[in-house]
Design a protein around this ligand. Structure first.
Ligand SMILES: NC(=O)c1ccc[n+]([C@@H]2O[C@H](COP(=O)([O-])OP(=O)(O)OC[C@H]3O[C@@H](n4cnc5c(N)ncnc54)[C@H](O)[C@@H]3O)[C@@H](O)[C@H]2O)c1
Length: 298
């Protein structure tokens, strides 16, 4: 099996690549930059041998060329919430046009399915059941889910869009909710950290998300699904307390507005579609993150 991973230079991308490589699948990466920093930290020198295409997801011909010879696509390339807020037109081009380009490439190469990163941000603050985006980023993600349904109706391409809320873990260092991972990085060096937001959110460990992408590529399914991907709901105060307990030399504090996303994501038929998936507890995920940073500092 050969999988095209878009956004492979990013945080989640590196973990998804690692999951596929460890399972024996062949991986091709598409990203606008050839930056293997995170992949190298996770996979070591194997990162140098990756089949890596530097291309812009907005360029349909380039995406189609990169997908040639692949059996499926794990589509992660995106701009995150702050960048979409700063430049909504660019955000729409990267998220929405980029996702259309991915499905067009899947169609051109006769692929049966695509897995893509949607987001728990599609829910506003009211509940985790009815999508009601309140950021440009979330609005584009929800639009991608509609486009995926159209590709199932019109071209028979099955898809699963995963909706994690806050993904945390080693090397999550950008985006509005990078704080818990950065706090773990600080804790690994004995430094203190101030988290810039407050309130509760669903926190999912990065390798659990990578496992879901792997399951989507290795299971056969029909339809266009948008599935909540749940970890563990935690208040920022609980996260700070957990990190302080794991690394007593560290003090994690917090202050700021709550993130604009309901913390309780509704249950989804994820495991009915894709089989059993790992679910790392928050404490274990934070401990693994601190340990990774201890081993990979510098
Ligand atoms: N991090 C989270 O908490 C979170 C939560 C929910 C959903 N997601 C989604 O998961 C996916 C991965 O997120 P991440 O945290 O790894 O983000 P990231 O910013 O670390 O990675 C995104 C990658 O996309 C690439 N990219 C951006 N614009 C591109 C373009 N025009 N062409 C090609 N590549 C481009 C970047 O170079 C980067 O390597 C995204 O789709 C994101 O929306 C993330």
């Amino acid at each position: 099996m050969k999988v095209l991973v878009t956004g492979g230079a990013g945080f989640l991308g590196a973990w998804v690549i690692d999951r596929f490589q460890k399972s024996g699948a062949e991986v091709r990466v598409l990203d606008m930059k050839d930056d293997r920093t995170v992949a190298r930290k996770i996979m070591g020198t194997e990162a140098e041998d990756l089949d890596w295409r530097v291309a812009d997801i907005r360029d349909g011909d380039a995406v189609k060329a990169a997908a040639e010879g692949c059996d499926s696509i794990a589509h992660l390339a995106a701009l995150l919430t702050p960048d979409c807020a700063a430049n909504p037109v660019l955000g729409a081009q990267v998220l929405l046009i980029g996702t259309l380009n991915v499905f067009q490439a899947a169609k051109a190469h006769g692929m049966k399915s695509v897995a893509y990163a949607s987001s728990g941000a599609v829910f506003g603050g009211d509940d985790g059941v009815h999508p009601y985006p309140v950021t440009h980023y979330a609005a584009f993600k929800l639009a991608c889910e509609g486009a995926a349904r159209a590709y199932w109706q019109e071209a028979g391409i099955a898809s699963v869009g995963f909706r994690p809320a806050v993904i945390y873990g080693p090397f999550r260092e950008t985006g509005m909710t990078a704080g818990p991972s950065l706090a773990c990085r600080a804790a690994a060096s004995g430094d203190s950290y101030h988290l810039g937001y407050s309130g509760a959110a669903d926190m999912i460990f990065v390798d659990d998300v990578a496992a879901a992408f792997h399951a989507a590529a290795t299971h056969s399914f029909e339809g266009a699904h948008a599935l909540n991907l749940k970890g563990e709901v935690a208040d920022v105060a609980d996260i700070a307390a957990a990190i302080n307990a794991l690394a007593p030399a560290t003090t994690v504090t917090w202050k700021g507005d709550p993130i604009p996303m309901h913390p309780e994501l509704a249950d989804s038929p994820l495991e009915t579609l894709l089989g059993a998936l790992p679910r790392t507890s928050l404490r274990d995920g934070l401990a693994k993150t601190i340990e990774y940073y201890r081993q990979h500092s510098g």
